[in-house]
Design a protein around this ligand. Structure first.
Ligand code: C2G
Length: 130
């Protein structure tokens, strides 16, 4: 059986997140999702997500296509996570294109096109302006 692993923040969960998860799941038999920790977002993006890591984990874990979730504590641990979870394929959106090619020695690496015209940042701005 083929295990697919993907990572993301999945804050203010939207249809772009759903589509990448559906397409990732279709590439294998089992989908595992690493949900990035609040502290990782704070250090990476300078702000905490709208939804806490516990909430984001709960939402992603409830999706039909998701078999398991774990907390992604550090970007530096990708190789370890891939090995630990027995990943055969790493899937990322193409905003990360090329960035994870170094892991091609442990698994396949696939970049999927993003769903156009939707993002958490745009949603936050739209809601704030309403
Ligand atoms: N995504 C998408 N289409 C959108 C928005 C997002 O396909 N319109 C995809 C992204 O490409 C990514 C996933 O949804 O594969 C999650 O996106 P984010 O929550 O923005 O994740 P990010 O902050 O990039 O976290 O280890 C890396 C990080 O955990 C990735």
């Amino acid at each position: 059986s083929r295990t697919v692993l993907t990572f993301g923040t999945f804050d203010v969960f939207h249809v772009g997140h759903l589509r990448v998860i559906e397409r990732a799941a279709a590439l294998g038999d089992r989908l595992v999702v690493g949900v990035s920790a609040d502290a990782l977002n704070l250090s990476k993006k300078g702000r905490e997500p709208v939804f806490s890591q516990a909430e984001r984990l709960a939402i992603v874990a409830a999706l039909r296509d998701v078999d398991a979730v774990f907390l992604e504590e550090s970007l530096e641990l990708k190789r370890q996570y891939l090995v630990e979870h027995g990943a055969d394929v790493l899937v990322m959106g193409d905003d990360w294109a090329g960035r994870f090619d170094e892991f091609r020695d442990v698994c396949e690496v696939v970049y999927l096109p993003r769903t156009p015209a939707i993002s958490t940042t745009a949603l936050i701005e739209k809601i704030a302006a309403a």
